[in-house]
Design a binder for this molecule. Structure first.
Ligand SMILES: [Mg+2]
Length: 133
């Protein structure tokens, strides 16, 4: 499967990539803007991402804005069935509950993980949302 990891912190990127690399091909970007651009490109290549891990706090464009743009793009493309939508997992610090609420109710994210992310929590979450069996 295709995986996109977006985080402005290099340590977080390395950790997530290390945990996910055995499950698919990981692309890594550092801003929400780059994440959205990679997302569109993958659609244009007819190989959309199956899983997107989006950090909420990022420069240029934050994760919540990137999330909303991705969901908008899917709508515009007529990809409105749950099976056609990318699974988008927001990653965030525990002390930002408002960002998480916004991601769920306004952005339509699939799930969220709080940092520091453990492999156990990640794998459990991915099983819950059907990315892993
Ligand atoms: Mg960040």
């Amino acid at each position: 499967m295709r995986i996109l990891i977006a985080d402005d912190d290099s340590n977080n990127r390395t950790v997530l990539q290390g945990m996910l690399t055995s499950y698919g091909d990981c692309d890594v970007v550092v801003t929400g803007k780059e994440a959205f651009e990679a997302f569109v490109l993958a659609h244009e290549e007819k190989q959309p991402y199956d899983l997107i891990c989006l950090d909420i706090m990022m420069p240029v464009m934050d994760g919540n804005e990137a999330l909303m743009k991705m969901r908008e793009y899917e709508q515009q493309q007529g990809l409105t069935m749950p099976s056609q939508e990318a699974k988008i997992v927001m990653t965030t610090a525990l002390d930002h509950p408002k960002d998480i609420i916004k991601a769920f109710y306004k952005g339509g994210c699939t799930a969220y993980l709080t940092k520091p992310i453990t492999k156990k929590a990640l794998v459990e979450q991915l099983k819950d949302i059907g990315v892993l069996t």
